[in-house]
Every structure is written in structure tokens, then in C-alpha cells.
Write a protein that binds this ligand. Sequence first.
Ligand code: AKG
Ligand code: FE2
Length: 297
Amino acid sequence: MSNSSVHSKYFAFNKNLGRPMIPGQDAYPQTNSEGSPVVKLTDEQRYRFDKDGWLLVPNVIDSQEIEEMREYIIRLDTDPDSIPDHERSSIGGPLQSLVDHPVVVGFMNEFVYHPFTDGQKTPPLANQNCYGFRMEYSFYQYRQAGQGKFVPHNGNGALRLPSDHHTYHYFPGHAHTALTRAVWELNPVIEKKGGTLFVTGSHKAAFSAPESIMEIESPLWSTYSCPAGSVLFFTEAVTHSSSIWRLETPRIAIFNSYNAIGNKWHNWHPDPDLLAQMPAKRQTLYRPVYISGNVVS
Ligand SMILES: O=C(O)CCC(=O)C(=O)O
Ligand SMILES: [Fe+2]
């Protein structure tokens, strides 16, 4: 099996009788809702995410977009009444285009979309007009020096039951995360100065975390530096924590969450008026949560 928007050549069971799931090329969206070509992960990025449970992609958006988005977050935080109701969120205004940014779609096509087909009865859950994953949730952080807490959570994702959603399952040649974060850093982050902390590889851990994990200085924790305009992907199955922000410039970040089509963790919906104004393909990120036949043609 091969297709041009994910790299995987893998064997997965379809629903019935152990038959192989063989999605065609058309089962993977090649463009986003604005017509931009989807950006595939490189082999190295795909390997790293699977090995680590998190992946930083630096320099994804340009300085003009970053500035516009930063201003929007500051306005949301300090003068929300100046923004119309339906745009008053971290998916409003210029932030809307981040939800299906070509780099996000490339990542989700590889690790979150499961091109499930119900035998011969229903087509794959995505096509050129419809995404194969859901957007779950969105919030922003406008964090000043001294703010933020060390709150370690999650891990052991390979050994959790599917309904948990904090899962990470892997097979020769393919891996799948359910609840998944894409964090857009709109200001620079310097290592150990307040970016998200990770216990690298703990999404696959077989043991309970040791007590030493509760120490922020433990060498078990890793983190990153990045320029403004970078995106950080992580599976919620990896042990991670927020940290205390230590830089003069605030942390301005957007936290977008995604999940498989049949999974819903957060009690969150986009504003209906905002949704109605989105391009049709983008709207498929917010379709009802079920599997059988849940595809827009
Ligand atoms: O604040 C952070 O850096 C991480 C927050 C967190 O736990 C998450 O995004 O799931
Ligand atoms: Fe978290």
C-alpha cells in the first residue's frame, strides 16, 4: 500500500474478519481548506515523534502572521469586548487558519487519522473534501514571568484502554495517538525557562513513574527552545507538565487539541456562528462524533 500524504506502509486490520485495511490515495486529504498543499512529516520527524511522544516543528509561520496573532491574543485577554462574540476565542480572527494549517493536517493524517472502512459498506473517513480527524478543544495562554505551575500528568499510553483517549498504540510501520495537542508558540521559548516539560518516551512506559518525577529539576524531564511561530505536537499519552515562565516576554501560545473521529474528551464546541462561516472542509473538523458512515463527500 502506498499513498502520497503519509509515508506508512503498514498492515492494519479492517473491522471484519481480520481483512486488511487498504486505503487508497484519495483517503488522505492532499490540501487544506484554503487549498494549500498538506505538508507531510519527514521520515526523521515521524521517527522522532514516535520515539519521543512529542515533536517541535520550528519556524512554521512568518513574522507578519505571528505579529497579527500575538496582537489578537493580547486583545482577547485585555479587551475582549472589542471582539465580536463569535470571534472571541483562540480559534477566532487570524487564529482560525491555524486549526487546519498544512503542517497540522500532515501530522494528523499520519498519527491521528485511522482510515477505517467498514468492510465494503462505507468509504474511508476522509477524502479530498473531508478530514479524517476531529478538533477537540482550543485555549490560549498569555503567561507572564512567575506564572504557571509544575503539574506532572499522564504517561503509559500504550497500556491504556481505548476509551481512555490518552492512548498511544504502535505496530510495525504505524503508530496512532488519540488525544493530541498542537501548541503554537507565538513568542520565543528558551529551554528550561517555561516551555512545556516532557518525560520523553513515557507514552510507551511499562512502569509507574518514580517519585523523582515530582522534582522539576529531575533529569527525567526534557524541554525545548524555539523561535516564535513554531508548533509543538505532543500526544496526551506522554507524561508532561506545564512549568513556571521565566522570561521577560510573556508566553503567548495557542493550545489546540485533536482526536479520532469517534472520540470526544472535552465538552467544547466552536461558536456556531463562527463554524457556519468557515470553509466547508474546515467545518468537517467539528462534525458529530461517530464512525459509521461519518464522512462528508
Ligand atoms: O502549560 C503547558 O505548557 C502544558 C499544559 C498541558 O498540560 C497540556 O497542554 O496538556
Ligand atoms: Fe496536559
